[in-house]
Design a protein around this ligand. Sequence first.
Ligand code: 4NP
Length: 171
Amino acid sequence: MSTISVLFVCLGNICRSPTAEGIFRHLATARGVHDRFVIDSAGTSGFHAGDASDPRTLAAAARRGLSWTHRSRQVHATDWQRFDLLVAMDRKNHRDLLAAAPSEAARAKVVLLRSWDGAAAGDLDVPDPYYGGDRGFEDVLDLCERSCGALLDHLLDRLAAQPTGKGVAPR
Ligand code: 4NP
């Protein structure tokens, strides 16, 4: 049975990308397709390596019945082989990943989460909530819920089209 490996990436890996990881895992589990995916998250920086997610992120997630134990880690060179898709939370993360990608094939794995947000108007960033108020953490959840649902649909279509072998072309 083929699987797809997805790495969600933000700056610190304590707010946005663990939220996207938690929501994607929740949606895949709810739809009974959790075993078709390897799901993880990481930061372009190592500022918070080893830390649990931000308490404000965890509190906002808990209000929607979500929880996780992820510890922050920085994107590692081996991630370019391990993952089929590296999903950036904002355009800066996207640019930084493209700059770090070791090959054209690796560059082709880098996508922007909100390119799957059908309700997006204007820019495609998941705004960084770290220095703002509680509303920012709710916004992250809303944007990640919308985008991860459509991303999951997209990846399930790809899996259905390629029933054998490991991994799929990114888009
Ligand atoms: P994240 O948020 O990239 O969504 O995890 C941030 C977390 C920490 C910092 C910036 C953004 N920081 O500057 O420490």
